[in-house]
Design a protein around this ligand. Structure first.
Ligand code: TYM
Length: 330
């Protein structure tokens, strides 16, 4: 008998438009992992409620996110892909996990501190990482493909698994974080010391998955570079160039060293031109697939995904209730 496939979960928030950082840091791994793993992917709409949002636009935003995730290569026939709020077991498990989470540990989370400063505190924002742990654990997965900024959240999840299993028996595997070697932290095109982000007010700081080839060319041309003239892969002295080199590497499928050697003395202008062309080619299929998608069809696929996820999550949630002493059996 063939061995059971290992399982994978990851999520993405439907806040703002998806950008190249999401694709390079996470989504391309999500797509890749469909080959060898049993994959669960989720648009985490409950997480997006922890910052102020417009309820009228929310439904459209999450559908757009689902479309872009599918356009990035996530195939709902191969992955269980759904909206988090349509699978109530995520919130149920988050409650159970919250009872073994220390408040001090949540208070120390970097993303909590940053967001609380920006948008104000609320209990949901503080317990955000507990819901995230529940997302990962509800399907008892072994691996989680994410960008580097999720490192601390994954550490908390692993701590919670150890604490839970120690107290209630071996229920969950300890999940492994999967980050790409190149592109785990794509930086802003306007400030290479801060990460490319959906919430940056400067639209030139990020390449959107929906950007046209012209927009990509313009933003890359306007990208902040470093002093000096040579193209070197060195994050200390040349963060702007190193960021572009990593993007070039992913788009062209060549190593950063190889590209730095080829473009070293060609000047920033030519280098940026080549980066832009490679990115146009890399991003075009995603945009084209996105443009060809029908909202109604995507909604239907998301409902089917949620129904399947609920069936599977109910089975694993029953093992959790059993372990904590609240058996659901008659
Ligand atoms: P989110 O929605 O901010 O981002 C989705 C994914 O994109 C990655 N990412 C980046 N990677 C490289 N460079 C960047 N500049 C960049 N910006 C974003 C993120 O690391 C992430 O993998 N908390 C999560 C959502 C979440 C989740 C989960 C993830 C909720 N539950 C369970 C994994 C497992 C978030 O806000 O991602």
């Amino acid at each position: 008998m063939a061995a059971a496939k290992k399982k994978v979960f990851s999520g993405i928030q439907p806040t703002g438009e998806l950008h190249l950082g999401n694709l390079v840091g996470a989504l391309r791994n999500w797509a890749q992992m469909q080959e060898d793993y049993e994959t669960y992917y989720c648009v985490v709409d409950l997480h997006a409620m922890t910052v102020p949002y417009d309820p009228v636009a929310f439904g459209t935003a999450r559908l757009e996110t689902a479309k872009l995730v599918m356009a990035s290569g996530i195939d709902p026939r191969r992955s269980v892909f759904y909206f988090q709020s349509q699978v109530p077991q995520h919130a149920e498990l988050a409650w159970v996990l919250s009872t073994i989470t220390g408040i001090g540990q949540l208070n120390r989370m970097t993303q909590y501190k940053e967001k609380a400063d920006r948008t104000g505190q609320n209990l949901g924002l503080l317990s955000y990482p507990v819901l995230m742990a529940a997302d990962i654990l509800i399907h008892k997965v072994h691996a989680v493909p994410v960008g580097d900024d999720q490192r601390q959240h994954l550490e908390l999840t692993r701590d919670l698994v150890e604490r839970f299993n120690h107290r209630f028996g071996e229920v969950f595997p300890v999940p492994e974080r999967i980050t790409p070697e190149v592109g785990a932290r794509v930086m802003s095109l306007q400030d290479p010391t801060s990460k490319m982000s959906k919430s940056d007010p400067d639209v030139r700081s990020r390449l959107l998955l929906t950007d046209s080839a012209d927009q990509i060319r313009r933003k890359v041309r306007a990208a902040v570079t470093d002093s000096g003239r040579t193209v070197d892969y060195d994050w200390e002295t040349k963060p702007g160039i190193s960021n572009l080199l990593e993007l070039f590497s992913v788009a062209a499928g060549r190593s950063t060293e190889d590209l730095a050697a080829e473009y070293r003395d060609q000047g920033y202008g030519r280098f940026k031109g080549a980066v832009a062309e490679a990115l146009c080619e890399y991003m075009a299929p995603v945009r084209e697939r996105y443009e060809g998608m029908e909202d109604a069809e995507v909604s239907r696929l998301m409902s089917e995904g949620a129904a399947e996820a609920r069936r599977r999550a109910a089975v694993s949630m029953a093992t959790v209730w059993e372990a904590v002493g609240l058996s659901t059996r008659p």
